[in-house]
Design a protein around this ligand. Structure first.
Ligand code: ZN
Length: 484
């Protein structure tokens, strides 16, 4: 068995891992079975030096791939699926029930934004995707297709490959990262041995709004784990909610806009959830009762609907609010912008009035999307506040604003130089990713701890720090940093 990485090793984007089973060098090639875990898009600095064709290419052999397993539908985990299909992939795509409901929307949007406006072409791709998609409930074992050893093998060859696996199965467990997100347990068994591999996908932080935090697996022999915040711990929950409230209260005093770049799936809904809570608690504060909170994204509105549809996946606190008759993802001050025309009109309107507003728009790392038009217009105004609530990958406009903004630097948006006069804020407590403490606990709480840990999906410092922490926890285990 070996694990090959086609992304998310030199950073956090382009997640795509291949689990290769029965891959002995003398094996007949058709004995090998592979499973692909995610097939994501590269973003930011991780695309440097590559042409867009290279970033999207499926540069590996897909012949022995028996299935694609999707951990969750963020674009950096699923964005290359259309290219996988174009390369001829026709095997099942396993995802949790909620992810399977969201995935076609995500892929459709990705195609519209980045590839083609041709409706027929998009529909053809979505139809193929739907045909291959297999929705699986959390906690349910599913048998994976596997190539059985070929009969042509000689006795001596069979003897030297005692670890041949003849069965493979898969189970999704809640990852608490976004709606439908999962970590994946893959069980390999053969006549003489068995092996459990766990792929973490993206793990949620504990006390994230709306979704319950992930519980550790019972066991893992090999663990492939993300390390986005492998070297950091988040602020506590009380702090972040207070911080959000304080930053906004200060920011709106000068009647400027507050721009919050956010992923349409996950982060936007978490923010709505928090705002509903703040508005609920501040019934007598006219500012909170009157402020416009604008979600400028048809995608985000679609996903908010899906979040509402899958209420059974919400955590207990959110369910309690529902039981009290509250609508945790909705409130009177919420305005949703759909058409592009309305989007441009809102920007002009906000620019012309002396009135504060909070705007939530994608992309989450300011690498395009409607937030770019807001930034182009408002970044150079001292009354503007930019609030980052999510991880900004190296080389993204978001990371540049975060880095150079506080010193009054500049950024390029659509090739136009924009001076940053806005105030820049970052609240790390809203991260959708587990912090170092969570990542260590994920392993610590397993009954049967891994003998082998492969660290992926992080910047170098984060991976190193997490590797040291795991080595201290499990001195006998082999801790490795994933390489392409
Ligand atoms: Zn994610």
């Amino acid at each position: 068995m070996q694990i090959i990485h086609h992304g998310a090793v030199n950073g956090v984007t382009g997640s795509c891992h291949q689990l290769e089973v029965n891959n002995y060098s003398h094996n007949h090639n058709n004995d090998i079975s592979s499973y692909l875990i995610d097939c994501g898009l590269f973003q930011g600095a991780e695309t440097a030096g590559q042409s867009s064709a290279e970033q999207l290419q499926i540069s590996f052999d897909i012949n022995n791939i028996k299935a694609l397993i999707v951990t969750h539908c963020h674009i950096d985990h699923v964005g290359r699926i259309p290219y996988l299909l174009a390369a001829g992939f026709d095997q099942p795509i396993y995802a949790t029930t909620a992810t399977a409901a969201l995935l076609p929307l995500v892929i459709e949007d990705a195609l519209k934004v980045g590839v083609t406006r041709d409706k027929k072409l998009i529909q053809a791709c979505i139809n193929r995707l739907n045909k291959l998609l297999v929705a699986v409930d959390y906690g349910q074992w599913i048998t994976l297709p596997i190539n059985l050893p070929t009969a042509t093998k000689t006795a001596s060859e069979t003897e030297t490959t005692p670890l041949t696996y003849t069965k493979a199965k898969l189970k999704f467990k809640p990852a608490g990262h976004i709606l439908g997100s999962a970590y994946v347990e893959i069980d390999l068994t053969g006549p003489k041995s068995s092996h459990r591999v766990v792929f973490s996908g993206d793990l949620g932080a504990s006390y994230a709004p709306l979704l319950a935090s992930p519980k550790s697996p019972y066991k893992a022999d090999t663990l492939v784990i993300e390390s986005t915040y492998g070297d950091k711990n988040h602020q506590g929950r009380k702090d972040r909610s207070k911080q959000l409230k304080n930053i906004i209260e200060k920011a709106v005093k000068d009647n400027g806009v507050v721009l919050i770049p956010a992923f349409s799936i996950g982060r936007t809904q978490e923010l709505l959830y928090e705002f509903e809570q703040i508005i609920y608690r501040n019934k007598h504060n006219p500012m909170w009762q009157n402020i416009d909170i604008i979600v400028d994204s048809p995608m985000a509105a679609n996903f908010t609907q899906k979040y509402s549809q899958f209420k059974k996946l919400w955590d207990n606190e959110a369910k309690r609010k529902l039981a009290q008759g509250r609508h945790p993802l909705d409130f009177n001050q919420l305005i949703t912008i759909d058409s592009h025309q309305d989007h441009l009109a809102v920007i002009n309107y906000l620019d012309s009035v002396n009135k504060p507003a909070i705007i939530i728009a994608a992309s989450g790392m300011c690498t395009g999307g409607r937030i770019s038009n807001y930034l182009a217009r408002f970044l150079s105004k001292p009354t503007t506040d930019i609030l980052f609530v999510g991880y900004q990958a190296r080389g993204t406009t978001g990371r540049d604003i975060q880095t150079y903004g506080p010193q009054g630097g500049y950024v390029y948006i659509d090739d136009i130089k924009i001076d940053i006069k806005a105030s820049i804020h970052t609240i790390s407590g809203y991260s959708a990713h587990a912090d170092q403490h969570n990542l260590i606990n994920f392993v610590k709480r397993m009954h049967h701890k891994p003998k082998h840990i492969r660290i992926v999906h992080g910047d170098d410092e984060a991976k190193q720090a997490l590797a040291s922490a795991y080595q201290a926890l499990l001195p006998m285990a082999e801790i490795e940093i994933g390489k392409a």
